[in-house]
Design a protein around this ligand. Structure first.
Ligand code: NAP
Length: 494
């Protein structure tokens, strides 16, 4: 089954309009064909979206909605996503070359995210604080105003939902800039937001170059918060702009996450978890377990088994139900990954498997790359330090707990970590000692919308998801209300 692509218009302040900016082309990299070309947002388009957002957000019809009333919009958006899941996931696969199974899971996650934040909003209490005088003290939460959401191409519908759902729930207007490689799904999500009846102006989708559209949004004085997911260097630049404006910013950035295998683990489970951790999403995942540390006592046998299991993975077309490792998002990105593997060879890395494009019919026009395992490098080598964002795993031996904690933490990133051992006390010791926003024990890449997610160091700052995810889009205000009628001290002056 196929579905039509969107008509190429942008969602600017609640109206579908043809963009006046530079063209953007979405490709289906699995086949090396173009999906569609659209005109991105111009400076005027962005300014017009901001103007309309300001008016819509200030309207008491939105600002003063009771939480349970505002939540109904989120529930309707969730229903709309679920009702259109086949179409959305098909478009997501075409836009990013993700396997159908993965695209369906991302769509389900987006629906769950809107549903969850509707429920969080309805059930969030404001805090009455302990009295310290004859007045009532409480702390309430107001919307920030206009939120710019900037998302990457690797899981677009889920990233969009993770920002738009809590930001709308909190009573803001959202201006979303999707990645230039994946504009389609964000525009389709805008259709669903519109069909849910969200008041015009509160939601805009503005595809366009990061340097122009993205920067303009972030620098604009009316934008009160930026929520960014993407690369560390972009995030660092945006943090500078935010610091100048004294504007809150959340940054979900890259990773080089360690996976640690002890000699007392369930090896079959560990191998399954490691394969999924690094090679699902073709390694294009911020939380990919891309640095593997295996205890020296089992290193040779375990790595041999891992290589054998890797070679059994099905690399194929995203629409083939048997595919486990699909095409990469874009041929340019495949070339970047390929260059990293060349550099690893130059550093003295030994390619245990992969290290090449697959050959043969069905692969030639696509942006495929074989799942790759590299050994023989030190944790300090570039291949082991930098995020490759592709299906490339580096393996290293370790001797004991202290050794592996030091190696795991010897990296700028701090996003995730996987631990494989039957000794839970040991796992807990490591879980607390390793710098990471998320630790998985005897599992990997499990995700729950109710559990906070984010990174430390070069992996970013702030947390998304969880009940506190709503608070990231609100301003906290404390109110003292003197209801006693007692004369105040100065009222006693003659
Ligand atoms: P990217 O180049 O940083 O781009 C991310 C987004 O920022 C895109 O929409 C991009 O627009 C925009 N952008 C680029 N330069 C900008 C600027 N100067 N001002 C404002 N916006 C700008 O990252 P990517 O290559 O798309 O995504 C991959 C990265 O995202 C990886 O590092 C990955 O680890 C990270 N990521 C992190 C998480 C997490 O939750 N921690 C999740 C997913 C991905 P254009 O597309 O037009 O350049």
């Amino acid at each position: 089954m196929t579905f039509p692509f969107p008509d190429g218009r942008l969602f600017i302040g609640g109206e579908w309009e043809t963009g006046r900016g530079a063209e953007i082309t979405s490709v289906f990299a699995a086949e090396g064909v173009e999906n569609m070309t659209l005109a991105g947002a111009s400076r005027e388009d962005v300014l017009s979206a901001i103007d309309r957002a300001r008016t819509a957000q200030a309207d008491p019809a939105w600002r003063n909605l009771k939480p349970h009333e505002r939540a109904t919009y989120l529930y309707r958006i969730a229903e709309g996503i679920s009702a259109n899941s086949e179409r959305l996931s098909w478009l997501q696969s075409r836009d990013t070359s993700k396997s159908r199974a993965e695209a369906r899971a991302l769509v389900a996650s987006a629906a769950a995210t809107f549903r969850y934040f509707g429920a969080v909003l309805e059930t969030s209490d404001e805090l009455l604080t302990a009295p310290r005088g004859d007045y009532l003290t409480c702390s309430v939460h107001d919307p920030i105003g206009l939120v710019a959401a900037i998302t990457p191409w690797n899981s677009p519908i889920a990233s969009d939902a993770q920002k738009a759902a809590p930001a709308l729930a909190a009573g803001n207007a959202v201006l979303l800039k999707p990645a230039s490689w994946s504009p389609i799904i964000s525009l389709e999500l805008a259709r669903i937001v519109e069909e849910a009846g969200l008041p015009k102006g509160l939601y805009s989708v503005l595809p366009g170059s990061g340097r122009e559209v993205g920067n303009l949004l972030v620098e604009h004085p009316d934008i009160g918060k930026v929520s960014f997911t993407g690369g560390t260097s972009t995030g660092r630049h945006l943090a500078h702009v935010a610091a100048e404006k004294l504007m809150p910013i959340s940054l979900e950035l890259g990773g080089k996450s360690p996976t640690i295998v002890f000699d007392d683990c369930d090896e079959d489970q560990a191998i399954a978890g490691i394969l999924f951790g690094i090679f699902s999403s073709t390694g294009q995942s911020c939380i990919a377990g891309s640095r593997l540390f295996v205890q020296r006592s089992i290193y040779d046998r375990f790595v041999a088994r891992l290589v054998e299991a890797t070679e059994a993975l099905k690399v194929g077309h995203p629409f083939d139900a048997a595919t486990q490792v699909s095409s990469m998002v874009h041929a340019d990105h495949r070339d970047t990954v390929e260059a990293y593997v060349r550099a690893a060879r130059d550093e003295g890395g030994e390619i245990l498997t992969g290290g090449a494009r697959p050959q043969g019919a069905g692969y030639d026009d696509g942006a495929y790359y074989m799942p790759t395992i590299i050994a023989g490098l030190a944790n300090t080598d570039r291949t082991c330090r930098e995020e490759i964002f592709g299906p490339v795993l580096v393996v290293m031996p370790f001797d004991d707990e202290a050794d592996v904690i030091a190696m795991s933490n010897d990296n700028d990133y701090g996003l995730a970590c996987g631990l494989w051992s039957r000794d839970h006390a040991k796992c807990w010791r490591l879980a607390r000692a390793i710098r990471a926003g998320t630790v998985w024990i005897n599992t990997y890449k499990q995700f729950s919308i109710s559990t906070p997610f984010g990174g430390d160091g070069a992996s970013g700052m702030g947390r998304e998801k969880g009940r506190a995810g709503l608070r990231a889009y609100q301003r906290q205000k404390s109110i003292y209300d003197d209801h006693s009628g007692q004369p105040l001290p100065w009222a006693r002056w003659p």
